[in-house]
Design a protein around this ligand. Structure first.
Ligand SMILES: [Zn+2]
Length: 117
């Protein structure tokens, strides 16, 4: 990458609207989709992801008999040595008989517009 960010790459902050942990460079919160910077049009960071190298979606459906099921969504990030950088439970809940839930996990990459992708 040849371009520089206004904030250090990877720096995070809390969204003032929904309190999600987001990139400091984000002009729009990826969680609540609200605008965060008045100068979003001047930044070299694209609003939309440059790449989406991972997009996984799956649905589970309770068969309708028996007790409710419980579920938890656990997301882990590992570095190139295999060490865990972070591990978070993104959500948890119950699945009553016959109900279903669809889960989507996306990795969104934002590269400066000047960088070679
Ligand atoms: Zn937000």
């Amino acid at each position: 990458m040849t371009a520089t960010w206004r904030s250090p790459p990877g720096e995070t902050r809390t969204c003032p609207h929904c309190e999600a942990k987001i990139l400091s460079s984000a002009p729009i919160c990826p969680a609540c989709h609200r605008h965060l910077h008045f100068d979003a049009v001047r930044t070299d960071r694209p609003v939309a992801p440059t790449l989406c190298p991972l997009h996984v979606e799956g649905t589970i459906q309770h068969p309708g008999t028996g007790e409710p099921w419980e579920y938890a969504i656990v997301v882990q990030i590992h570095d190139d040595q295999g060490e865990t950088i972070s591990r978070h439970v993104m959500g948890a809940g119950a699945l009553p008989p016959v109900a279903s839930r669809t889960f989507t996990v996306r990795v969104e990459v934002f590269a400066p517009q000047k960088s070679a992708v």
